[in-house]
Design a protein around this ligand. Structure first.
Ligand code: SF4
Length: 388
């Protein structure tokens, strides 16, 4: 039996840097992009040797903006993956794309090389909010892209949205929701904006939180989304993700349930046989690595750490509880040979008494109240937590 493996392939280029973005992405010339792809192909060819006992069950080409690359570059990446890895015939293969970078020709090329899911970055259907975020597109441009995606023949489409934006109100959010659900994507992700250090937004808003919606307003948006999306046929299956039945993102579910994943490309993270590591994150240094050299792995892989059993249990709880179905006590025993209630009894009883989790044996899941303060609830499963 081959072990299941997820592949994440990072494309670190964007047309312009959004003002809130702290992802590993930058603008670059066509030549730099192409040079990067050549190096990525080398990495795929050389690293795949370690994974012959695996079967790739999902592939996620993310960024950055992968759709900024030429169609033939994406095709070359997919060909290299298929040539070097064993890919399950039913694998879910996603590409991230942003309006303004997607032509009909590119979409057809994606479908031709086996990509069967597309994730479109919209964030908001309000042009004023899009401008505030520094996005390169308007809602109208998004609509045209969406139509093109459907006409090309994609049957599994995600739309990314973002709440807690500067100037956003419950009514502008509702209007975004309405406009998006009218288009009937199969999947909607709705994350709250995080103000990250090192971004322009940090300079603009870190000392002026009064310019952003309050946490209460964001929770109101969350509840409004959940209720409205359910009416429209979308179930929340993870704190920030909604899908029509059968269209939950398999790749992300893999992350939350401990499936091994290999990250390829600049800065990409991996989790293999209880080891976490990430690729070199400096573009120039990454490009200079001789992927066939004897020291390639040392130069490519950074921050290598082996997870102890306690850390694996923490991850099992913290990532698993993000999912609406929760975590299963039977699965805990299968993985760790221990009873979840013996390991985490105190925390579980305390959280249950405070109605932050609910138990439906063997499942344990967050309640709505638990989701509201999920950072606190999830931190209860850290062994070396600072005492309250
Ligand atoms: S498109 Fe995405 S990755 Fe690129 S700058 Fe904007 S938020 Fe960052």
């Amino acid at each position: 039996m081959r072990r299941p493996l997820e592949l994440y392939i990072h494309i670190p280029f964007c047309a312009r840097k959004c003002l809130y973005c702290d992802f590993l992405s930058q603008t670059a010339s066509e030549m730099v992009c192409h040079g990067y792809v050549e190096q990525l192909l080398e990495e795929i060819g050389c690293q795949s040797g370690y994974y012959q006992g695996y079967e790739v069950v999902t592939i996620y080409i993310g960024g950055g903006t992968p759709s900024i690359l030429k169609a033939e570059d994406i095709q070359a990446v997919m060909e290299a993956v298929k040539k070097n890895f064993r890919v399950d015939r039913g694998a879910e293969i996603t590409i991230e794309a942003n309006p303004g970078t997607v032509s009909r020709e590119k979409l057809e090329a994606y479908l031709d090389c086996g990509i069967n899911r597309i994730s479109l970055g919209l964030q908001s259907a309000d042009d004023r909010e899009l401008k505030t975020l520094g996005r390169i597109h308007t809602f109208d441009e998004f609509l045209k892209t969406y139509q093109r995606v459907r006409e090309a023949g994609f049957h599994n489409v995600n739309v990314d949205l973002m709440s807690a934006l500067p100037g956003q109100t419950l009514s502008s959010w509702r209007s975004t929701m309405k406009k998006v659900t009218m288009m009937k994507p199969e999947h909607i992700s709705a994350y709250s904006l995080m103000i990250e250090e090192g971004t322009l937004f940090y300079e603009m808003y870190h000392d002026h939180p009064e310019l952003l919606p309050t946490e209460e307003e964001d929770r109101e948006i969350y509840y409004a989304s959940k209720a409205f999306l359910r009416e429209q046929g979308y179930e929340r299956y993870e704190i920030s993700n909604y899908a029509r039945p059968g269209f939950e993102c398999r790749h992300n579910i893999g992350y939350w349930t401990g499936v091994e994943y290999l990250g390829l490309g600049l800065g990409a993270s991996s989790y293999i046989q209880n080891f976490r590591f990430s690729n070199e994150a400096d573009l120039e240094t990454y490009r200079k690595i001789n992927m066939r050299g004897e020291d390639a792995d040392q130069r490519l892989h950074q921050n290598i750490s082996e997870l102890s059993q306690r850390e694996q249990m923490e991850e099992f709880m913290i990532l698993g509880l993000r999912m609406s179905r929760g975590v299963s006590g039977s699965e805990f025993i299968r993985r760790f040979g221990l009873n979840m209630w013996n390991v985490y009894g105190d925390a579980l009883h305390r959280l249950q008494e405070n109605r932050l989790i609910e138990v439906e044996s063997p499942w344990v899941r967050l309640t709505d109240f638990g989701v509201d303060i999920s950072n606190y609830v999830l931190s209860e499963f850290l062994f070396d937590r600072e005492p309250d």
